[in-house]
Each structure stands twice: as C-alpha cells, then as structure tokens.
Design a binder for this molecule. Structure first.
Ligand code: MG
Length: 243
C-alpha cells in the first residue's frame, strides 16, 4: 500500500450516473442516487434535459426510447421505464429523494439543441434546486460553456465545472467558474493543468475513470474528484486508511 500512504487523502469519488453497476439499479435512476449515497460517495452525478412543456427530466441520452425529450411533452415519456423498472425521473422527484440523503448532487446540464431552450433548462433547474433548498448540496457541470456562464451568472455562489476540455485553467478562472471536470485523456495531454488549477484556487475533476490503475494514477496526481462507474473500488483506493 505504498501508493496509498503517499496518495492525496482529499481525492473524492463521484458516482457517474449514480451507482448503477449492481443488481436492481439503473443509470440515472433514483435508486442509483440512493445507492451512491449509501456506499459513501462524495457525490452522485446525473444528467438533465428539458421537455417541450418545460419539465426537467433526469436522463442521459437526448431520447427516451426513440422519443426526443427536448421536442416532446412530458406525457410522451413519463411512462417509459429504466432497466430496473423505475420510470424516468423528473428533476423534482430526484431532488425530493436527494433531500433525504447527504451525498452531493452533481447535476449535469445537457446541451440543448436550441439555445433559448438550454437557457430555460438552466433557469428552471436553478429555481428548482432553490425551491428544495439544496443550493449547498448541488454542484453543476456542463459541456456547454454557455450553460456554465449562465449558471454562474444566476447562481454566483454555486460550484460550476466545465466539462468540454478546451478551456485552459486561466480561462476557467477568468470566467469565474469553480474548476475543470475533464476527460482523463485531456488531463493526460495537459498534466500541468492540475497544478495550474490548484495555484489558481480551482478544483480538478476527471472523468470517467474506471480502470483501477488509472484511478490510482489520478489520486497520486492529486486531483480533487474522480468520476467513475466503479465507485466501490474507487472509494477503497481513495480512502484506504479508513476502510
Ligand atoms: Mg453526465
């Protein structure tokens, strides 16, 4: 365990689309959120889209079965089921479940095809998080720079991380964002960005790291967060001394 003793004790684990790689769960299901909390993840990541009638739904793909979320009313998708039998959750249902937990809600605003629709998704998401008084437990991520800047503008105290990998740390700092949340391949090309972020007071998250050697490598490099489909294993590596 020599690596463990030199590893950063601060690396935290985020379950990618919740903890779903186990019986009875499914990606982006309420169960996956509850299980990520139960196993002790720092956070549980999930994705949101906005229906044509302004219902925020938790789902990764832009379609549910073959129905496009952004251009369909909620009633067209509400009866669809996930692999574990749950219906596709609304953000409201997700936040209500999250209120009973302690894990952070790592909320990804999915890019929407129409900018004004994406702006509505950002605005209504922030309003709903506020309605359920979850501002301190919600952190935002997005591949959309537009969404990140809008999130920061309307929720200046919220943590907002950019996913798309093409903004250097100084750009993130200049835009007032909290840090980077980049593909492991991007950080492999730009290992210097980890220290640059930390020197600027920015946090570093890396996705989606499932190989245990890679998880160890990023822990050793001192990243703040690892987003993974293997949260049980990652937690053991990130916190070897208290397990
Ligand atoms: Mg996501």
């Amino acid at each position: 365990v020599a690596f463990a003793l030199t590893a950063s004790a601060q690396t935290k684990v985020i379950a990618h689309r919740g903890y779903w790689d186990c019986p009875g769960s499914a990606q982006n299901s309420i169960t996956s959120l509850q299980l990520a909390d139960k196993i002790g993840c720092y956070g549980s990541e999930f994705d949101v889209h906005l229906t044509s009638d302004n219902v925020i739904v938790v789902h990764h793909d832009p379609t549910v079965d073959k129905t496009p979320i952004q251009t369909s009313p909620y009633k067209a998708i509400k009866k669809a089921t996930l692999k574990n039998g749950e219906h596709v959750p609304t953000l409201e249902q997700y936040l209500k479940a999250g209120q009973k937990l302690t894990t952070k809600l790592i909320l990804e605003i999915k890019k929407q095809k129409v900018s004004s629709h994406e702006d509505s998704l950002v605005d209504e998401t922030v309003a709903m998080v506020k309605k359920y008084n979850l501002q301190d437990r919600t952190e935002y991520i997005s591949f959309s720079g537009r969404a990140c800047e809008r999130l920061h503008a309307i929720a200046p105290n919220a943590k907002v991380y950019y996913l798309n990998g093409d903004w250097a740390p100084q750009t993130i700092k200049d835009k007032g964002l909290s840090g980077i949340d980049y593909d492991g391949k991007v950080l492999a090309l730009h290992p210097e960005w980890i220290k640059q972020c930390h020197d600027l007071g920015l946090a570093v998250n890396v996705w989606t790291i499932n190989d245990l050697n890679d998880i160890n490598g990023f822990i050793k490099e001192g990243v703040d967060f690892i987003t993974t489909n293997k949260p049980v294993e990652a937690l053991k590596l990130a916190r070897p001394l208290d397990r």
